[in-house]
Design a binder for this molecule. Structure first.
Ligand SMILES: Cc1cc2nc3c(=O)[nH]c(=O)nc-3n(C[C@H](O)[C@H](O)[C@H](O)COP(=O)(O)OP(=O)(O)OC[C@H]3O[C@@H](n4cnc5c(N)ncnc54)[C@H](O)[C@@H]3O)c2cc1C
Length: 465
C-alpha cells in the first residue's frame, strides 16, 4: 500500500455487549488511591467494584516500588493501613528527613509485597468486588451523566453499570473520555510536565557500612540515618551524591540524567530512585516504550556507579526492576475549583476541605536539573477539586485532581492522593445514600464522616510537618 492510500483512521462497527454487573460505585484504577476509595465507599454499605488492569493492587506504591509517602499519614484509612502494615512487619517507624529547608516527617516506607496483600485483604473484607487484569476502555455517558464503564479482558468487552464512577486511573482517563475539561502539565501551548522514572532494587547492600559512610560525607545533604542498626531496615533515606555522580560520568563517559539520586530502604532492601526521562508523551505507545528502554540503560549505569563508587554496594546486584514506568504528571482535570501553588503554601482555609496534607513539595524540574524537595506548612484540599466540570456522577481522586502544575508538586504525593481517594469514596457513598449527584452532595455530611474516620480536615489540626 503506498502512502496515498494508507488509512489514518478506521470505523468500528456498533455491537451489543453483555452487562457483567451493576454497582453503586465503580472505582477505576487499583493503585495508590483506588483501593482507599473503594474501601471507604464499601464500608458505608455500598456495592463497590474496583477495576485494575494489573494483577495486584497498589500501582506506583507497590508495583512501581515507590513505597514511601513523602509526608506524614495524618489519619483516616491511610494511617489505619500503615499501622496494620507496621503490625505485621511491613513498615517501620516514621522518621524525620533532613532537607535544605528543614525536617520533613516521612511515613515509613512499606514492603510492597505485604502492602499488595494487605490492600487486597482490606478490600475483600469491606465487600469490594475486585476485577483484576481488566482494562477499562471507556465510560458510558447518558444525558450528561456517567452510567457505567466498558471493560476489556480475556472475556471480551463487557459493561459494568454504576451510579457513581471514581476515576483513580492517575491520568484522569475516565473523566477526559467522558468529556470533562483538563489541562496537561503546566497548561501552556508547550506544556511542561515532571519527568518519568523507573525504580529498581539493589540487593546484597551492606546497609551498616553505607550508613556509617553517609554520616561522614557532605555529598549526601538530604538524609535520614537511624541511630541504631535495627532502624536500617526501613529508616535509611539518602538524597544527593551530586559530586560523585558528576565525577563518575566524566570518568566513564556514561550519561545519567539526574544531578542527584535517592536511596531508601524497605524491609532491608535498597530502593533506588535515580532514572529520569524528560518530555515523554506517555499517551504514545512508542514513546512510552522508548522511555522504558532509556530507563533500563540508566539503571545499568546507576547500578555500576553504586557498585564502583558508594561504600556498602561492593557486592550489590540489581534485585528487581519495577515492571511499570513511573509517570509523575499528565492531565489535571478542571474541577469546580483548581488548587493553585499558592494555596498549597499553607495559611488558606477551605470550608469544604476534605483533608489536611503535610506532604513535602517534591518537584523534578521539567527542564532537567535538581529535585526540589522541601518541607512546607500543611495545606488543605477542597472537595471541589475532586468534582470535574462538564459531566455528572464522576469524581477524580489521586494525582490528576484539579490542581495546577505548581500545586500538583505537593498534591501528587501519596499522602494527598490517599486522602482524596478516601474522600471520594465517602462522598460517592453519601451521594448514593441521599439520592443526590456527587456535585450536590452535602459536603458537611462528607466532612463529618471523614472526621469519624479520624481524618484531620484543617491545617491547624495537624500542626507543622
Ligand atoms: C518515580 C516516582 C517517584 C515518586 N516518588 C514519590 C515519593 O517518594 N513519595 C510520594 O509520596 N510520592 C511519590 N511519587 C508520587 C506518587 O507516587 C504518585 O503521584 C501516586 O502514587 C499516584 O497515585 P495514583 O493512585 O493517582 O496512581 P497509581 O498509583 O499510578 O494508580 C493508578 C492505577 O490505575 C490503574 N489504571 C490506569 N488506567 C486504567 C484503566 N484504564 N483500567 C484499569 N486500570 C487502570 C493502573 O494500573 C494503576 O494501578 C512518585 C511518583 C513517581 C512516578
Amino acid at each position: 500500500m503506498d502512502m496515498k492510500t494508507r488509512r489514518t483512521t478506521i470505523t468500528e462497527s456498533a455491537r451489543e455487549i453483555p452487562v457483567l454487573m451493576e454497582a453503586d460505585v465503580v472505582v477505576v484504577g487499583g493503585g495508590t488511591t483506588g483501593p482507599i476509595a473503594a474501601i471507604a465507599a464499601a464500608r458505608r454499605g455500598r456495592k463497590v467494584v474496583l477495576i485494575e488492569r494489573f494483577g495486584s493492587l497498589g500501582g506506583i506504591l507497590t508495583l512501581g516500588l515507590n513505597t514511601k509517602p513523602s509526608g506524614a499519614l495524618v489519619g483516616g484509612i491511610p494511617l489505619e493501613i500503615w499501622n496494620l502494615a507496621r503490625s505485621v512487619g511491613g513498615a517501620g517507624e516514621d522518621y524525620m528527613a533532613t532537607t535544605k529547608t528543614g525536617g520533613v516527617k516521612i511515613a515509613s516506607p512499606t514492603d510492597p509485597e505485604i502492602m499488595k496483600m494487605l490492600l487486597t485483604r482490606l478490600c475483600v473484607e469491606a465487600g469490594v468486588q475486585i476485577l483484576f487484569e481488566t482494562f477499562v476502555s471507556n465510560p458510558v455517558v447518558e444525558n450528561d451523566a456517567v452510567t457505567g464503564v466498558v471493560i476489556e479482558g480475556k472475556g471480551g468487552r463487557q459493561f459494568v453499570a454504576t451510579k457513581v464512577l471514581i476515576d483513580c486511573s492517575a491520568d484522569a482517563d475516565m473523566a477526559a473520555k467522558a468529556g470533562a475539561p483538563f489541562v496537561m502539565g503546566s497548561g501552556d501551548a508547550d506544556p511542561k510536565m515532571q519527568p518519568v522514572s523507573m525504580y529498581f532494587i539493589m540487593k546484597n547492600v551492606d546497609l551498616k557500612r553505607l550508613a556509617d559512610w553517609a554520616r561522614t560525607t557532605d555529598d549526601v545533604p538530604a538524609r535520614a540515618i537511624p541511630a541504631d542498626d535495627e532502624g536500617l531496615a526501613y529508616g535509611l533515606w539518602l538524597t544527593g551524591f551530586n559530586g560523585m555522580l558528576r565525577r563518575f560520568q566524566a570518568e566513564t563517559g556514561i550519561k545519567l540524567q539526574r544531578e542527584n539520586i535517592t536511596l531508601k530502604t524497605a524491609d532491608g532492601q535498597m530502593y533506588v530512585n535515580a532514572t529520569r526521562v524528560l518530555g515523554v508523551n506517555v499517551f504514545s505507545p512508542a514513546e512510552f516504550t522508548a522511555a522504558i528502554l532509556e530507563c533500563y540503560r540508566q539503571i545499568e549505569g546507576v547500578a555500576r556507579f553504586l557498585r564502583e563508587r558508594v561504600p556498602g554496594f561492593e557486592a550489590a546486584r540489581i534485585g528487581q526492576v519495577s515492571p511499570i514506568l513511573g509517570v509523575r504528571e499528565t492531565r489535571h482535570i478542571e474541577g469546580e475549583y483548581m488548587l493553585t501553588g499558592r494555596d498549597t503554601h499553607g495559611g488558606i482555609r477551605f470550608d469544604d476541605s476534605i483533608g489536611a496534607d503535610s506532604s513535602a513539595l517534591d518537584i523534578h524540574d521539567p527542564k532537567g536539573g535538581d529535585v526540589d524537595f522541601q518541607s512546607m506548612p500543611p495545606y488543605e484540599i477542597p472537595y471541589r477539586c475532586l468534582v470535574p466540570l462538564g459531566v455528572e456522577q464522576i469524581l477524580v481522586a489521586g494525582r490528576s485532581i484539579s490542581a495546577d502544575h505548581d500545586a500538583h508538586a505537593r498534591s501528587r504525593n501519596m499522602p494527598a492522593c490517599m486522602a482524596t481517594g478516601q474522600a471520594a469514596g465517602v462522598a460517592a457513598a453519601i451521594a448514593v445514600e441521599e439520592g443526590v449527584t456527587v456535585r450536590k452532595v452535602p459536603v458537611a455530611k462528607v466532612q463529618s464522616a471523614l472526621r469519624q474516620l479520624g481524618m484531620p480536615l484543617h491545617a491547624e489540626e495537624i500542626g507543622a510537618s
